[in-house]
Design a protein around this ligand. Structure first.
Ligand code: INS
Length: 387
């Protein structure tokens, strides 16, 4: 149970790049990081337009002399201060993730980076090496993974409650971009431009959230080969896809299916995962994130809810209220940010941190998955050995 008391001596000083006015994701980063006194936002380069970025930063109560024109100036000036930033949040379009994360690590800063972490596996491997060299961590915001019922699902699979896993059925298919909304929506415009988004759109924008959940829930399953077919239903988005179907085979003989889409007309919430074992199945749906369905063959369906006594102990650690208090995405992100803070603190103080969180390896593996999907799709949707 979390009561909101501090867990560190003091909040970690953090700066933010991107995430300014009009951005989709900056607000949840700021709110989740500030929870439970884990981080204090003290500096920023919030916008490609420095004037607008400064104005925005002042409205967040960031001091004027710590509002910078870009990340380069921020890293340069902050390192000369005794109270300089110790970590940075990267909430920019994808094409800037790698160069900013690299510069941050080279300036001995911890990193919280939006997904996908980089365009290529080679860049992601480079960040991993830099992170090891500088002893600074890279966290990736797979923000749906901090829900308590995801941890419950992980424990149930680990404890054999489902029996051997056979099938993982995943969907992240929303309908908000069923037509060319990018014509008037800046935060969609860059997502469909390969120069800014990278080699994929929906695979990297939404599909990898489901892939990460499957990694957390079924950590022993490793992809052996996959096949992906991708489409651009809004023609102007080609070569980037607005819809994709992936089938993947795992080392233990299990099979996974993922539908990634932004053209699933009428769908308001897109993310679901169903894990099917020999005895029973689990299903989690973003629309009711505090609940987890447990269906044992031959028995009535059960719905487990967060905070309940019957959950595994680790699934109750992040509860923030009474059992009947609904928690949502901001709590999920806060739980992750709390782990990021503790992991940063641990490494800076030569201690071990054992709880899982989306780290540089997870960022790297997500980029590897995208790369394999794109390779398969561009090869005419053929099976590729997973590399
Ligand atoms: C989606 C959703 C995801 C985010 C994607 C966005 O609409 O909000 O959480 O990662 O970038 O396109």
């Amino acid at each position: 149970m979390i009561y909101g008391e501090k867990t560190l001596d003091r909040p970690i000083r953090i700066g933010m790049v991107g995430g300014g006015r009009g951005g989709q994701i900056g607000y949840i980063h700021r709110i989740a990081s500030a929870r439970d006194f884990n981080f204090q936002l003290v500096a920023g380069a919030f916008d490609v337009n420095p004037e607008r970025g400064k104005d925005f930063g002042l409205n967040l109560h960031v001091k004027e002399d710590r509002l910078y024109k870009d990340y380069k100036e921020m890293f340069e000036k902050e390192k000369t201060r005794e109270d300089g930033i110790e970590a940075v949040i990267i909430a920019t379009p994808n094409f800037l993730h790698y160069e900013i994360a690299k510069a941050a690590l080279e300036n001995n800063l911890h990193v919280v980076c939006e997904k996908p972490m980089t365009f290529t596996v080679a860049e992601a491997e480079d960040l991993k090496q830099l992170s090891e060299k500088h002893k600074k961590i890279v966290c990736t915001t797979f923000g749906y993974s901090g829900y308590q019922m995801i941890e419950q699902a992980r424990q149930m699979v680990k404890n054999g409650d489902l029996g051997p896993i056979r099938i993982i059925n995943m969907v992240y298919a929303h309908g908000y971009h069923n037509v060319a909304v990018e014509k008037h929506n800046a935060s969609t415009k860059w997502r469909v431009d390969p120069k800014m988004a990278g080699p994929s759109y929906v695979l990297g924008d939404v599909g990898i959230h489901a892939i990460y959940l499957s990694r957390i829930i079924c950590p022993d399953l490793k992809i052996k080969k996959l096949m992906c077919s991708r489409q651009s239903f809004v023609k102007s988005r080609a070569p980037l896809e607005d819809n994709a179907m992936t089938i993947q085979e795992y080392n233990n003989g299990a099979i996974g299916y993922l539908w990634s889409s932004c053209v699933n007309s009428g769908s308001m919430y897109g993310l679901k995962i169903r894990v099917v074992g020999e005895k029973a199945s689990l299903e989690w749906n973003e629309e009711h994130p505090y609940a987890l369905s447990y269906e044992v063959q031959g028995q009535p369906k059960q719905t487990m809810i967060k905070g309940a006594d019957y959950l595994y102990p680790s699934a109750k650690e992040d509860d923030r209220g009474a059992t009947d208090v609904v928690e949502g995405l901001f709590e999920s992100w806060s739980n992750l940010y709390a782990r990021f803070a503790q992991a940063m603190y641990a490494i800076d103080h030569g201690k071990e941190y054992n709880k899982w969180y989306p780290d540089v390896n997870d960022g790297l593996e997500a980029v590897r998955w995208i790369e394999n999907c794109v390779k398969s799709a561009d090869n005419g949707a053929t099976w590729v050995d997973y590399k």
